[in-house]
Design a protein around this ligand. Sequence first.
Ligand SMILES: Cc1cc2nc3c(=O)[nH]c(=O)nc-3n(C[C@H](O)[C@H](O)[C@H](O)COP(=O)(O)OP(=O)(O)OC[C@H]3O[C@@H](n4cnc5c(N)ncnc54)[C@H](O)[C@@H]3O)c2cc1C
Length: 490
Amino acid sequence: MPKKIIVVGAGIGGLTAAALLAKRGYCVKIYDQAIVPGGCASTFKRKGFIFDVGATQVAGLEEGGIHRQIFTELGIPIPDYIPCDPACAVFLPGETKAINIWRDPQKWSIERQQQFPGSEPFWQLLNKLFQISLRFQERNPVLPPRNLWDLTQLVLALRAETMLTVPFSLFTVLDLLRFLGLEKDYRLKTFLDIQLKLFSQTGTEETASLYAATALSLSQSPRGLYHLHGSMQVLSDALLQGIEKYQGEIHMQHRVEQIEADRVSVRNLKTKQLHQEEADYIIANTTVQDLVKLSPELSSSYSKRLENLERPSGAFVIYLGVKNLAIPPDCPPHLQFLYDYQGPIGENNSLFVSVSSPGDGRAPDGQATIIASSFTDVDKWWQSENYDQLKQEYTQCALEHLGKYFNLSAQTIVHQESATPRTFFRYTGRDMGIVGGIGQRLSTFGPLAIANRTAIAGLYLVGDSTHPGEGTAGVSYSALTVVRQIESDC
Ligand SMILES: Cc1cc2nc3c(=O)[nH]c(=O)nc-3n(C[C@H](O)[C@H](O)[C@H](O)COP(=O)(O)OP(=O)(O)OC[C@H]3O[C@@H](n4cnc5c(N)ncnc54)[C@H](O)[C@@H]3O)c2cc1C
């Protein structure tokens, strides 16, 4: 009899784990509380527009990339995509000329030398660390290891060159800048701060330099960031195709209310009925905060960890359906704006913006989507006595900021709506609506990250709370690790 596996959650992490396990002969069932799969990488439709809920760009579709590797194993065609070039156009406060993060490494090298004279030693060092880290990641290490098999995988992935990176595991990005005498280059530091915030929830002061090496080097060829044709949903659709192809089952609108060592309690949200179901292995595609709520037995093993974690961020997102008139000519697909050098990044002073391209399937002819997000403190959205007013204020502020670049008016805006941490909580079930995973600080990176194995044998955690689960590519690596761990445990 094939072993039975229940996956709690159909985010990209859960779907990937489920599809790979079904392909490898396990009997797999997914339960998800939402109406559509994909979690933070899903979409919604309004007036002919398709909006990506959270994730808008994807890494790992190139030759050897993690998404491609998984589709190849599943025998599923790779969805259509186009590379983003520039991957991002970054505007610092008061500047009208963008810092363009070009896909071509040579072009990006020239751009950064012009933008940040004297900083080349930093980029060269980062690139060396990235190349070594990438080769290490491609050998599928298990981090952090929790048993002998995990440790063996980690040791097998090590090479002499990996050891060269070990001293850097103690450095933040700011340490690297200090080491190279670049810490006083305020413009460079600010650029790095806002880029890193996108990937690691924190800036140069705290981001682990080894993580930054990957995050800041991913955009260049032969790797890159990509826009999927149609919408982000095609990623989930392709994984679902894999699940169906290998006879896995998925049940949407089913919330798992409790996880025990060998069973889950599941509520059908349409009939309100609760049932218990046994499994040989259970995979939680949830945040670690939600896992502890679902499985109180785990609270002692995570309590210190969770107490010491920095409060994860939430997101405020505005979704606009606009006429093409609103989009300036040659608008890049991704832009990042910082509006003020003062104060923390996020909370009304920065926006990450994704713009659809003609014919990419996200908007009717002659129209486009603009999706802009900023980080926000989740607590304020739950504590506020006047939630609607707060949402209105954030919406107004975002529109004013966006109006400096886009031509926004009642004539050009066809559709407008916003999402707050409360919205993310409602649609993705994530604790308080936190998004984007665990910040990649020295204290939460690599060997100190949250593991895929939990203290309960047979219960695994997959997704952006675990190493290296950041973004859809990261959660796919985390899913692959869990799949290999389950195979080794059988
Ligand atoms: C605004 C924003 C922008 C982003 N931009 C990018 C980007 O451009 N590129 C990128 O790669 N990444 C981006 N990310 C991050 C990326 O979307 C996430 O890291 C990734 O999609 C998380 O996947 P996951 O599998 O960990 O979980 P999730 O997406 O959180 O999925 C979890 C699933 O589990 C379900 N679930 C939860 N609890 C239960 C329960 N008790 N019972 C049943 N089901 C449950 C939920 O409904 C959900 O479907 C962005 C995120 C946000 C919020």
